[in-house]
Design a protein around this ligand. Structure first.
Ligand SMILES: Nc1ncnc2c1ncn2[C@@H]1O[C@H](COP(=O)(O)OP(=O)(O)O)[C@@H](O)[C@H]1O
Ligand SMILES: [Mg+2]
Length: 265
């Protein structure tokens, strides 16, 4: 656990202050943690604690005010193909079909039509959208759109997948299906995943490791090694071991939610 050379990602004392006209917002205050190759990390914390900011810094879309993020030992300074992102709101290109959306990054990277088709067919199968290849985003349900967004990110074969509340806008049933689908995809590809959520059940169900953040300014409050079996099906959510972890995490979150409520009101 302390062998830094083996870490895929190192978030090292990252602080971020947003400076507006009226006031400054300290979003992150020396947040530090690391992620192993193929680890599935979930980040949990109250609204406004800096979760999205961390992902944006790892994505290279925002620069930290101080501290740094290392990917395979190299400092991140800009976006790159080694990192793929999936956001909560649907970011598909409305004028492209399902297949064209999935192939978009491959097209940009100069892959041939045949190469693109092989990859997109694989993921269309994997995410259960066979028969929908030529549909446009407007004709898909929310869950289907997010499947396409995940497939599009994976098609580029990134080393790290950054997911910012990707199932946050979905209903509870669809959300459960999507969690199992993502675990299935992860089982095959073993990407390193950084997954932000404010849903405790979701964090415990899909993560290997949970980092709980403090209320703003965000720091890492606790690390929880989930240690549940790799085979995760819905009945696991009803098990005693699941409930135990959930209780522990909810206790940590509750403290922070109270702090946030007391400073914001
Ligand atoms: N571009 C920005 N300019 C000013 N303030 C921002 C900006 N982005 C985020 N913030 C502020 O930083 C804090 C953390 O935001 P964010 O990372 O989006 O939180 P979370 O994703 O945990 O809800 C919030 O108070 C938010 O209002
Ligand atoms: Mg957010």
């Amino acid at each position: 656990m302390t062998d830094k050379a083996q870490d895929k990602l190192i978030i090292e004392g990252v602080s971020k202050t947003f400076t507006g006209k009226e006031r400054q917002v300290v979003a992150l205050a020396e947040a530090s943690f690391s992620v192993k190759p193929s680890e599935f990390v979930t980040i949990l914390g109250p609204s406004g604690c800096g979760k999205s900011t961390i992902l944006k810094i790892v994505a290279g879309l925002e620069a930290p005010t101080s501290g740094r993020v290392l990917l395979d030992g190299r400092e991140i300074t800009e976006p790159g193909r080694d990192r793929g992102m999936v956001f909560q709101t649907y970011t598909l290109f409305p004028w492209l079909t399902v297949q064209e959306n999935i192939e978009f990054g491959l097209d940009v990277a100069g892959k041939t039509k045949q190469e693109r088709k092989e990859v997109s067919e694989h993921y269309i199968e994997k995410i259960g959208l066979r028969g929908f290849e030529s549909f446009f985003p407007r004709d898909l349900s929310g869950g289907m759109k997010q499947r396409v967004a995940i497939a599009r990110a994976l098609a580029n074969d990134p080393e790290v997948l950054l997911m910012d509340e990707p199932f946050g806008a979905l209903d509870a049933q669809t959300r459960t299906v999507m969690q199992e689908l993502l675990l299935d995809v992860w089982d095959e590809s073993h990407k390193t995943i950084l997954f932000v959520t404010h849903d405790v059940d979701e964090a415990v169900f899909i993560g290997d490791t949970i980092y709980v953040m403090t209320a703003r300014p965000g720091q890492i409050k606790a690390r929880i090694d989930v240690g549940l079996p790799d085979q995760r099906t819905f009945d696991l959510k009803l098990s005693e071991e699941f409930m135990q972890i959930k209780r522990q995490v909810m206790g940590l979150i509750r403290e922070e939610a109270w702090k946030a409520a007391n400073t914001n009101t």
